[in-house]
Design a protein around this ligand. Structure first.
Ligand code: SF4
Length: 419
């Protein structure tokens, strides 16, 4: 059974107890329940949580096209969905937060970040008022740091231009920075019940397999094709539930590898299953090859002072802190003239103090692999102000460095070196 809103009013009779059957309102809200037993929708109005008036409607009200599809998903979803905190709210801020965090991130990895963010910044005002460094520090480890920066800017935009109230339509949501078609559709349907279909990787996979679509899902033009199909499938009566259901179905039933076809409710209608094409669909052209970069980090210290630098734009890890960096183009890390490199930064190596061993670490990103070598150096004296200004380095205590937002590679190095 599920309950929802927005059943088309023309499909129902007036309520005999006098409520207006409008979309919202505490007493007059139409509620409906999907009845597994009779495959109908039960409709009622809500009065102190007791349905006063019940009417049964045919299931075809739910889905204008391929009704079996919505029916199967809406029956499957309540029995299989994972219990996740953002599914217990209609608060657009919380839903938006969860959607931004979950892009390119698995639920298991994203969940602790969501809980941290919603606890630290319970409202959009709290997030907007936070310093960017602090937001990036909370985001540390999730990758794709532009998402965190966009999220922060969007929170400020919502406070500045919308008085802290999220827009309540798909088209208005699209005007927010960093809010694309997927996120706008998710917020519009989950928070406001708007009938707009979401398209994410899970949805592409399910639609491609069930309907036998062989278009390349990596090609931008394909989006229109899938969006048009999804728009004909989404039921007006339960757009939010349908969107949740199809994404969850793709995440745990119709998975990329080893989908559970044997116990799938769509098996008899599924083109891919019926034609032995489950492994071939969806069609997705290969992403461009990943490149390897070679980083030499000079970990400059003077006593307990550590020198780090904020990374600039147009490269990975924008706005995060790392050490003085020399990048080489060579196919492998060549030997580094340490003394010359430190002199170029305005420092002098204190050769009387034992150096920690050079540490090599590897970090894999979506399109890049970083081979890094860390060269710890004790300086004879602090770096002069002119050298700091020229290099962009700044002095920090170890405690301060711990609180800075850093790439995981740097955080791991600091953890390994100074426990
Ligand atoms: S039969 Fe298999 S491929 Fe088809 S929808 Fe079900 S799980 Fe996916």
């Amino acid at each position: 059974m599920y309950a929802g809103q927005n059943l088309p009013v023309q499909n129902v009779s007036p309520c005999p107890v006098g409520c207006s059957l409008k979309k919202s309102g505490h007493k007059g809200s139409p509620l409906f329940w999907f009845c597994n037993t009779f495959s109908t929708i039960h409709l009622g109005c809500h009065f102190f949580f007791k349905p006063l008036y019940i009417k049964s409607l045919p299931l075809s009200v739910l889905a204008p096209a391929h009704p079996y599809f919505a029916q199967a998903l809406l029956e499957w979803y309540p029995r299989h969905r994972r219990d996740l905190p953002w599914r217990h709210t209609r608060n657009p801020y919380a839903i938006w937060l969860s959607e931004v965090i979950l892009q390119q991130t698995r639920v298991k990895q994203g969940l602790p970040y969501y809980l941290d963010f919603i606890t630290t910044y319970p409202t959009v005002h709290d997030l907007a008022a936070a310093p960017e460094d602090e937001v990036l520090r909370h985001w540390q480890g999730l990758g794709y740091y532009s998402r965190a920066r966009n999220m922060h800017h969007t929170a400020q935009q919502v406070v500045r231009e919308y008085a802290g109230v999220f827009p309540d339509t798909y088209n208005e949501l699209l005007k927010l920075r960093g809010v694309g078609q997927y996120t706008a559709a998710a917020i519009a349907s989950f928070a406001f019940g708007e009938k707009v279909a979401v398209l994410d990787g899970n949805v592409y996979r399910v639609l491609s397999r069930v309907f036998g679509i062989t278009s390349d899902i990596a090609a931008p033009a394909t989006r229109k094709e899938f969006q048009a199909l999804a728009d004909t499938l989404i039921p007006a009566a339960a757009p939010d539930e349908f969107n949740q259901a199809i994404m969850e179905f793709g995440a745990i039933q119709c998975t990329p590898v080893k989908p559970d076809c044997l116990f799938c409710p769509l098996q008899s209608q599924c083109y891919a299953f019926q034609h032995g094409m489950v492994q071939e669909l969806p069609v997705k052209s290969k992403a461009k090859a990943s490149r390897t970069r070679y980083f030499h980090y000079l970990v400059l210290r003077h006593d307990d002072t550590l020198y780090l630098k904020k990374r600039g734009a147009k490269d990975i890890w924008q706005g995060l802190y790392d050490f003085a960096l020399t990048e080489t183009e060579a196919a492998e890390l060549p030997a580094l003239d340490l003394a010359a490199a430190v002199t170029a930064l305005g420092g002098t190596i204190d050769t009387s103090r034992a150096e920690e061993p050079v540490l090599a670490l590897r970090h894999v990103l979506s399109h890049q692999k970083v081979e890094a070598r860390f060269h710890p150096v004790q300086l004879t004296q602090p770096l002069p102000a002119a050298a700091l200004a020229a290099s962009g380095l700044a002095p920090f205590t170890l405690e301060q460095a711990h609180d800075l937002p850093k790439p995981v590679l740097i955080a791991n190095y600091i953890d390994k070196s100074w426990k």
